[in-house]
Design a binder for this molecule. Structure first.
Ligand code: MN
Length: 253
């Protein structure tokens, strides 16, 4: 495919000034001339698929060419970028590089994954890329470029996104790539209570729960063992396993 015509949208939930999104832009723009960054003007991590419908959404082009800050969520950003702001329409959406992992149940809350799935809903192939830390962004950028190059020549099955998690280690220490399923975490149960300067109680949501299902075929296992984890995700949350059982249960209603 002709790289000149391959317009790429980059977004993420850490905000447009975050290091990860800028490293990703620099890496991708070296190879592809038509790259846009449209992302929230502040950190919106854990925003999931939040859409702003109660207020108007303002956008601000930044001095850096092709960068547009959105006073909204990651989902707002991709929705506006694809439907309105970027011409011609992007061919692919990259979301990242996120600071911190999006493993197992994290994908439900993740704004990084939501930006990718919004791209997918709008008909575009999409990849979410997270670094399991905050140091080796170059390692994650290397694999983002590799995956993008593969996508541009070898399209993915439709209705999927790829959720990529990269261990926070130098590239030379990466053992390879594993295709994985999502593991699971224990529920987060720590609420952190504090006092504000005026003596009122405030609360912080505590850290994520520890990995519970981290079997060999999971994303958790892959990154812990030095592999890049690539999990295909789709958005149909239907529990097909219990459809029949639930029909019998519903007969008693
Ligand atoms: Mn984030």
């Amino acid at each position: 495919m002709d790289n000149d015509k391959f317009t790429i949208l980059i977004s993420n939930d850490d905000g447009i000034y975050a290091k990860g999104i800028n490293v990703l832009y620099e890496t991708i723009a070296k190879r592809y001339p038509s790259v846009y960054v449209v992302a929230p003007d502040r950190n919106q991590s854990a925003a999931s698929h939040c859409l702003t419908i109660e207020y108007p959404i303002r956008v601000q082009p930044l001095p850096q060419t092709n960068f547009i800050a959105v006073r909204g969520t990651p989902t707002d950003s991709v929705y506006l970028a694809v439907n309105e702001l970027i011409n011609p329409m992007p061919k692919v959406v990259l979301s990242g590089i996120n600071e911190g992992p999006n493993l197992g149940d994290d994908v439900i809350y993740s704004g990084t994954v939501a930006a990718a799935t919004t791209g997918r809903w709008l008909g575009l192939p999409a990849v979410a890329i997270s670094l399991c830390g905050r140091n080796n962004y170059d390692t994650a950028a290397f694999f983002a470029l590799k995956i993008l190059t593969n996508l541009s020549t070898c399209p993915m099955p439709s209705n999927q996104i790829l959720n990529v998690n990269v261990p926070d280690i130098p590239l030379s220490e990466i053992k390879g790539i594993k295709i994985t399923r999502l593991g699971t975490r224990a529920a987060s149960d720590s609420v952190i209570k504090a006092l504000d300067p005026r003596g009122k109680t405030v609360y912080w949501v505590g850290p994520q729960g520890k990995a519970v299902d981290c079997a060999e075929d999971t994303d958790f296992f892959a990154v812990r063992n030095g592999y890049v984890s690539v999990t295909p995700l789709h958005i149909d949350l239907t529990s097909y396993r219990v459809l029949d059982e639930l029909s019998s249960w519903a007969n008693h209603l």
